[in-house]
Design a protein around this ligand. Structure first.
Ligand code: ATP
Length: 296
């Protein structure tokens, strides 16, 4: 039974911890993060600067090793993966898109050549057709013969997605893919990422501080202080007039130990601090401020 459940999960992080030690000072970048992404999902991890987003992506891409916990991508264990498995993993299992366009594309090659490079390294046949198909799918067929310096930032990132997809990865990881773009161009890039999911079936994890990503993905996970805090799930329903309604609902993440992090605005609205009163009701749990006498 457990195997069947794991096969559906392309990304599993359980109690993931990453501690950096710099000049004798410890920084806990990830403090027991929990995250699960099912095969075929598009999930965004959103958080403020310093919340641990890049640390998470570096671990999932096999560039960094966690200090403790579980991190698995498409069955590969990020804590134990070494040498040849790591190379195979980075070449075939995952595709990456980074914030800096210069990290995604080689400046002296055209878009088509950039897409062809990882395919050539992997020894793929029929490369030209695959390159053409991907540039077309990402809406940048017109950029095939241009070098990165001759394309807009948004076009470069869409070519970068094509590069990431060329070896048919199971998972696409994107770290701030719109960090250097304006809002309209960012929306195009997020749509291209979504299109990669619907057309090629790739599971997607986008890490960003850009809250507008929520409008483009099925699930947005909020990360705070190296932990996943709340989630927003989007779904589409038909109303009584047959019109599509987009519904976004916020959920708190409950970890395996039963810990729950309340959203900041809930805590602020009721001025909750230190201790709260709990009551188990038939279908919900009540949470109240601690208003015993003597408390301010
Ligand atoms: N190599 C490192 N050595 C020491 N501390 C680090 C290192 N990398 C990251 N950190 C610290 O870990 C924490 C999380 O950093 P991380 O880069 O993952 O955050 P982030 O959410 O990606 O931030 P940003 O959006 O600014 O890139 C921060 O406090 C950061 O200073």
């Amino acid at each position: 039974m457990t195997v069947a459940v794991d096969e559906r999960r392309d990304i599993v992080c359980e109690d993931l911890v990453r501690i950096y030690t710099a000049e004798g000072v410890e920084v806990q970048a990830l403090q027991g993060l929990n995250l699960r992404v099912d095969a075929g999902e598009v999930v965004a991890v959103v958080g403020a600067s310093g919340s641990g987003k890049s640390t998470l992506l570096n671990i999932l891409s096999g560039l960094d090793t966690p200090t403790a916990g579980v991190a698995k991508v498409a069955g590969h264990d990020m804590l134990t993966m070494k040498g040849r498995e790591r190379v195979r993993y980075q070449r075939h299992t995952v595709g990456f898109v980074w914030q800096q366009t210069s990290r995604n594309l080689l400046p002296y090659l055209t878009a088509a050549e950039n897409v062809a490079v990882p395919a050539a390294i992997a020894g793929r046949r029929s490369r030209a057709e695959r390159v053409e198909l991907l540039l077309e799918a990402m809406g940048v067929a017109h950029c095939g013969d241009r070098r990165p310096g001759e394309m807009s930032g948004g076009e470069q990132q869409r070519v970068a997605i094509a590069v990431a997809l060329v070896n048919e990865p199971r998972v696409l990881l994107a770290d701030e893919p719109t960090g250097e773009l304006d809002e309209a161009t960012s929306a195009d890039v997020f749509e291209a990422i979504r299109h990669a999911n619907t057309e090629f079936g790739v599971t997607v994890l986008v890490v960003t501080h850009d809250q507008t990503v929520a409008g483009h993905v099925g699930r947005t996970v909020q990360i705070r202080d190296g932990r996943t805090a709340t989630e927003i799930l989007r779904r589409t329903e038909l109303d009584e007039h047959g019109q599509e309604q987009h519904i976004a609902e916020e959920f708190a993440v409950l970890d395996r130990a039963g810990r729950l992090q309340l959203p900041d605005d809930f805590v602020g609205a009721l001025r909750l601090e230190d201790r709260v009163r709990l009551a188990l009701e038939p279908d919900h749990i009540g949470v109240w401020p601690d208003e015993r006498e003597g408390r301010e």
